[in-house]
Ligand binder design. Structure first.
Ligand code: GDP
Ligand code: MN
Length: 386
């Protein structure tokens, strides 16, 4: 689960990482009052959105008056942001952060992720922070310094000091930056993050060290033990179909093609998409009903797939192990009765109770339903429909 920058700032503030004062608004009418409340001569107006690349997209703007703040807030809330991390249609902005701007001497990068090869978290630091960090990582990876740490022991003070020096910090600034690294590393572990990143960490012309942008990503599988983090969830940032699926314990991923895929199991989902592509088709999504799907869950799954206008045909590919084929067949029949099949639905069932399932489907005699003999036949049939 990702959170917004304003929420990340609050998490950092709670553990004592220095950040400039700020205000959040969700309506441009609040911009002038927020500008005044920040109380700085120059204020930075920032779109709050889970996608990055805001600076380059024109959604991070320095302003010197309440009128200017209002003008940029109005634009950002009106025009969807298109950045290198969004699709061409962009993302709607619902909240704006107004933060005290700082005079930047130098920008640094700090980030903690899990190093899967070494099986421990790693703190990364760079003296070349800012909006080009991806470029730095690709073209000059040596400019990113690393220190690995055991999650139970945490990042050690000597590691933080060495990292701070290796990115060119000295004296009091190095001490402050090292302290911030220790706090960030602890936050990463305590909050079950998959990413904890400050970019940029800045040294101001007055010599202060401050975090002026942060990104946190939390492990969904650990959210059950963090009520405070659950409260930060923003449904407006989610794909509506993915959200609807999540509510029913289904995993749904929206894709760009026009063939809906309903499968059980992530591995089967992958091979279903592969075979669709092999026969010249493009999946519109994949919806994994999981091993222990309930009849209600399966009906909801069909509704989600069929509600997508992009879907011109669907492929149901079920291998009945724990999930029983007759449960899926029953759900198919009910979904056909409740929402109707506006597009062809090719069905390949195999495994537990498959004979019963086939008999049920035959008896239901659903017009758009096309039984397949095997997976290749199913893929060929569904690709021929679109
Ligand atoms: P991102 O592009 O989504 O990562 O947004 P950031 O908050 O990191 O801002 C992008 C860039 O805008 C930063 O790297 C800075 O160069 C600049 N910026 C952001 N806040 C300030 C500020 O307070 N003062 C100045 N001078 N520049 C800022
Ligand atoms: Mn940034």
């Amino acid at each position: 689960m990702k959170v917004h920058e304003y929420q990340a700032r609050e998490l950092m503030q709670n553990v004592g990482v220095p950040v400039p004062p700020s205000q959040v608004i969700d309506n441009a009418d609040q911009a002038k009052a927020a500008f005044a409340a920040v109380g700085a001569e120059t204020v930075v107006v920032k779109a709050q959105v889970h996608a990055g690349g805001r600076g380059k997209a024109g959604y991070v703007k320095l302003v010197n008056s309440a009128d200017e703040a209002h003008e940029h807030a109005t634009r950002m809330l009106r025009e969807p942001m298109v950045s290198n991390q969004t699709g061409p249609e962009g993302i709607e902005i619902h909240k704006i952060l107004l933060a005290g701007a700082v005079d930047i001497e130098k920008e640094y990068y700090l980030g903690v992720v899990l190093d899967r090869a070494r099986r421990v978290p790693v703190m990364m630091a760079s003296g070349e922070g800012g909006v080009e960090i991806e470029e730095v990582a690709a073209s000059n990876p040596d400019a990113i310094k690393k220190a690995w740490f055991h999650p139970h022991l945490g990042l050690q003070p000597f590691q933080a000091r060495m990292l701070a020096q290796s990115i060119g910090l000295e004296g009091q600034q190095a001490k402050t930056a090292a302290d911030i690294m220790l706090k960030l590393a602890r936050l990463f572990v305590d909050k079950d993050c998959s990413l904890a990143e400050i970019n940029p960490l800045v040294q101001t012309t007055a010599g202060e060290i401050l975090a002026i942008d942060a990104k946190f990503d939390f492990d969904d599988n650990a959210l059950f033990r963090h009520e405070d983090l659950q409260a930060l969830f923003d449904p407006a940032e989610e794909n509506p179909a993915e959200l609807r699926a999540k509510e029913h314990n289904l995993s749904y991923i929206a894709l760009d093609g026009n063939i809906g895929c309903l499968v059980n199991g992530a591995g089967l989902a992958m091979s279903t998409m592969d075979i669709i592509k092999l026969h010249g088709g493009e999946p519109a999504n994949f919806l994994d009903v999981g091993g222990s799907v309930t009849p209600e869950g399966a009906i909801e799954a069909f509704k989600i797939i069929l509600a997508d206008d992009k879907v011109k045909a669907a492929l149901v590919n079920i291998f009945g192990g724990i999930a029983k084929c007759d449960v899926i067949a029953d759900a198919l029949i009910k979904a056909a009765q409740e929402v109707g099949f506006k597009v062809p639905v090719v069905v390949r069932l195999e495994g537990t109770n498959v004979e019963k399932a086939r008999a049920m489907l035959e008896e239901a005699n659903i017009e758009q339903l096309k039984p397949a003999t095997d997976l290749t036949d199913a893929a060929k049939q569904v690709c021929a429909c679109v």
